[in-house]
Design a binder for this molecule. Sequence first.
Ligand SMILES: [Zn+2]
Length: 341
Amino acid sequence: MPVADHDKYCEMLDRARKGKFAYPAINVTSLTTANAVLRGLAESKSDGIIQVSTGGAAFASGAALKDMVLGAVSIAEHVHRVADRYPVYVALHTDHCQADKLDKFVIPLVEETERRRAAGRANLFSSHMFDGSALPLEKNLDIALNLLERFRKSDLILEIEAGVVGGEEDGVKANASAKLYTTPEDTLEVARRLNAVASGRYMLAATFGNVHGVYKPGHVKLKPSILKECQDAVVAKYGEAARFYLVFHGGSGSDLREIHEALDHGVVKMNIDTDMQYAFTRAIADHCFRNYDGVLKVDGEVGNKKAYDPRSYLTLGEAAMAERVKLAVKDLRATRTTLAG
Ligand SMILES: [Zn+2]
């Protein structure tokens, strides 16, 4: 299927919220990892979201260039070209972008979409996240409002964050004293400001104890009931149409019951990065340890070309990551939900 257009993406999100399931939004940094996501989704008969972070995009452009816009365009172009061959829909998204990076990452990508649309072509990305969670809420929403006004003209969906996800992602560490739980008051303010933009469409990453990165099970103290409080408050004040489309960040290490409760409260997108990184690397490490004298030239030997050809272990990484995608889809109750029929 082609990359989901705006109507299809909205239909995906509506269907997820109604059906109480969510799409995995998986960070990719290369053609191989993007292919792994497409394969995992296709084998699960689930639609999904492929996303690129600022650091992942810089990596994708090559270490000599470290050009995050170029890397994001390259990955998106690749997905547009190959997605057609898979029987599911994917949307293309950019992950966390702080206010000081908007002009260097999100805005150039939005301009690229605007140019493409003017030429009668499809959007480059389907949605972008602005992460203003480190700012006071008023400032966060001032910027979000401006973006949403611009995004709606190009059928782009905005993701924002209110409250701070703990831990570290992409080299950005949350302040230890940051507010890890969003309040209903905060989310009412989000709705008051952003719902004023007619036909603007956004998703909200509300925080309920989530932490980016790696933690042993039990470390993360999630309170998904916060999401219900936020939804109840917004529906009571602004009606059913204002119910949020929620995004779950920093969910590695949370247990399935908590994930399911979050889905029950309107989470439609769950970001998954750390678990995918591990799945990919686990398979490669296994290959290298098993084939120690093949990937290396030990004691004057010649190694084994079949073992050190990067395709041999990248294929294993791709397959392992595709399996992890399938597990994510299952955990998010999205198996066999594709709109591709
Ligand atoms: Zn995140």
